[in-house]
Design a protein. Structure first.
Ligand SMILES: C[S@@+](CC[C@H](N)C(=O)[O-])C[C@H]1O[C@@H](n2cnc3c(N)ncnc32)[C@H](O)[C@@H]1O
Length: 278
């Protein structure tokens, strides 16, 4: 498994010195809550304020709309903001759940944290915006959301992070598969790890010959649907890397398998640390 990566280093450093790499944690005396540094577009500043209002905050914006003075402060409100907001980095001196979640990223793209990155997909939602919209439309833990054009599963994963049930529909079986893998693999992490040795043994045969059936057959022989889906997805990511980028199938499969496993492990760890109900 990949042990060192940018997010992991950032998290470690943050825990040591109570600061996040690239995030200035200094706060002005006029601020109770502060936006994440990467919140910059006008629509994001607007959504951030809509989100605060939807979560019951009475505020005055300061410091170029990046900090807020809250007039109805309470411990309960602080807790809610820490657990749920999409655009805040801190509430008082405390980090939000979201800033901690986004450190768990195996890619170079700020949006592709946890399992969001799995399988290339053009035209997906910005996950942070979906988290904010779930708050703005007033959904709470235990509520349900329907995404009738689920695509790569962004809504499903963001809903899961907030303890919201998601029903997703997509006409494409590939979209259904990748969405399931992103949210269900965490349930079967130990079983996925148990199957890794056997699956790796099957990968040394070339892709397009009869022998290769042994990889497919091995995947098909997995009785747990969620574990089987994980390995089907790992194969499809490698097929995509091979077809689109000309990468060697076996190398791509092995590399992506480790990355996918690391991402699911990241998800498991952060869910445990933050007591998320996933
Ligand atoms: C732009 S994508 C949605 C992307 C998604 N918001 C995300 O974050 O990944 C639109 C999706 O709608 C699906 N779709 C199109 N027509 C559909 C239909 N009639 N029924 C169900 N899904 C459909 C497509 O397969 C595609 O995955």
């Amino acid at each position: 498994m990949t042990e060192t990566y940018k997010g992991q280093k950032m998290m470690k450093k943050a825990e040591e010195i109570q600061e996040f790499w690239a995030y200035d944690m200094k706060q002005s005396v006029n601020s109770d809550v502060t936006l994440l540094d990467n919140v910059q577009f006008i629509y994001e500043l607007s959504l951030a304020q809509l989100e605060l209002r939807a979560l019951g905050v009475n505020f005055v914006a300061t410091n170029g709309l990046r900090e807020f003075k809250v007039s109805n402060k309470s411990n309960e409100l602080d807790e809610k903001l820490i657990k749920r907001t999409a655009y805040l980095k801190s509430v008082g001196k405390r980090f939000t759940d979201y800033i901690q979640i986004i450190q768990k990223n195996r890619t170079r793209s700020v949006n592709q944290y946890l399992t969001h990155w799995i399988y290339p997909y053009k035209g997906k939602f910005h996950p942070q915006m979906i988290r904010a919209i779930l708050n703005i439309i007033g959904l709470n833990q235990g509520d349900s959301v329907l995404d009738p054009f689920l695509g790569s599963g962004t809504t499903a994963l963001e809903a899961q992070l907030l303890g919201i049930n998601c029903v997703g529909i997509d006409i494409s079986p590939l979209c259904v598969l990748q969405s399931k893998v992103k949210v269900e693999s965490i349930d079967v992490l130990a079983d996925i790890i148990n199957w890794k040795g056997k699956i790796r043994d099957r990968i040394d045969t070339p892709l397009f010959n009869d022998e290769n059936k042994t990889l497919d057959e091995t995947i098909e022989s997995i009785s747990d649907e969620k574990v089987k889906n994980f390995y089907k997805m790992a194969k499809l990511v490698a097929v995509s890397d091979n077809a689109r980028r000309g990468r060697n199938f076996s190398n791509a499969f092995l590399k992506n398998l480790e990355l996918m496993l690391s991402s699911v492990t990241d998800y498991y760890q952060i869910a445990k640390k933050l007591n998320l109900i996933v």
